[in-house]
Design a binder for this molecule. Structure first.
Ligand code: SF4
Ligand code: SF4
Length: 277
């Protein structure tokens, strides 16, 4: 049965316990024949990435653990085979992809073979290395790798693919266009947002309860909300697109704006609503 990782971005608190646990498990520890020791520096077999979006005061910070995707159609395996060493990288029955620390000796080209940048070069051992899914622990009776075991927020899970069947429909993989059959899935992957504030310049007060409608250019998506007690509106987790923003409030002239989130989130600075004279 294929094992997968399932990461829920909404639950990740960015504590880095997973990253530290990976280091603790692999640095200076020789888990041959699965893995040789990871160097103290330069390698991130699991890396917790931090992505800050928007700008003050509308800021989102997302944390995302990244690791080998244990691809079903792994380019690293293909590269090893193309180099005439098909046994240098192999897939276990549980789906975990392992770089053999003996047979892959000296194969620096494997570092560039991974399109996700998940293979690291160990200079002193002259060895390509990466996440093994802690296969040595699984073989010793553990049900999950160290990173998953260390996660205090249930944000990082691991198990048979069938265990997660109900959740995978809403999950995504990184760079799906690569078509590698990644076994690391993400729930609540960050999308874009449009946020801003509505105010009355005459009173120098925010406008509470204004109706704000967001439509994409194709006109097939419309979301509505009301400005909150601070005059703020915030459309979160929307697809990258070009949008119109229509704002109405009783006693004020309506306002229409357009905004583009194709490359970044959109922060609309204070939007003035003028009183109907
Ligand atoms: Fe290989 Fe990279 Fe896929 Fe991992 S993510 S299996 S290293 S190609
Ligand atoms: Fe996120 Fe869990 Fe890793 Fe902490 S241990 S950074 S909550 S995935």
């Amino acid at each position: 049965m294929r094992k997968i990782f399932l990461v829920d971005i909404n639950k990740c608190i960015g504590c880095r316990s997973c990253q530290v646990a990976c280091k603790d498990e692999h640095c200076d520890n020789d888990w041959s024949p699965i893995a040789k020791p990871q160097p103290q520096t330069g390698h991130f077999w699991l890396e917790l990435t931090e992505n800050e979006r928007g700008r003050t005061p509308y800021v989102r910070v997302d944390h995302m653990p990244k690791l080998c995707n244990h691809c079903a159609d792994a380019p690293c395996m293909a590269a090893a085979a193309a180099a005439g060493k098909s046994d240098a990288v192999y897939r276990r029955d549980d789906g975990l992809v392992v770089v053999d620390p003996e047979k892959a000796q000296g194969m620096r080209t494997l570092v560039d073979a991974c399109p996700y940048g998940e293979i690291f070069w160990n200079e002193s051992l002259e060895l390509p290395q990466k996440c093994t899914g802690c296969a040595h622990l699984l073989d010793d009776g553990w049900s999950v790798p160290r990173c998953v075991d260390a996660c205090p927020a249930d944000a990082l899970r691991f198990g048979d693919e069938s265990e997660f069947a109900g959740e995978l429909a809403a999950a995504e993989t990184l760079q799906p266009e690569l078509g590698t059959g990644a076994a690391v899935y993400y729930l609540n992957m960050p999308k874009r947002f449009v946020a801003g504030e509505v105010y009355d310049p005459e009173e120098d007060e925010v406008v509470i309860g204004a109706d704000v409608v967001l439509r994409n250019v194709a006109g097939n998506t419309a979301r509505t909300l009301k400005t909150d007690d601070f005059g703020d509106f915030w459309f979160d987790q929307i697809p990258a697109d070009v949008y119109s923003v229509d704002i109405k409030a009783y006693g004020f002239e309506p306002v229409s704006l357009s905004t583009d989130t194709t490359t970044a989130d959109a922060v609309l600075d204070s939007v003035a609503l003028r009183k109907i004279q």
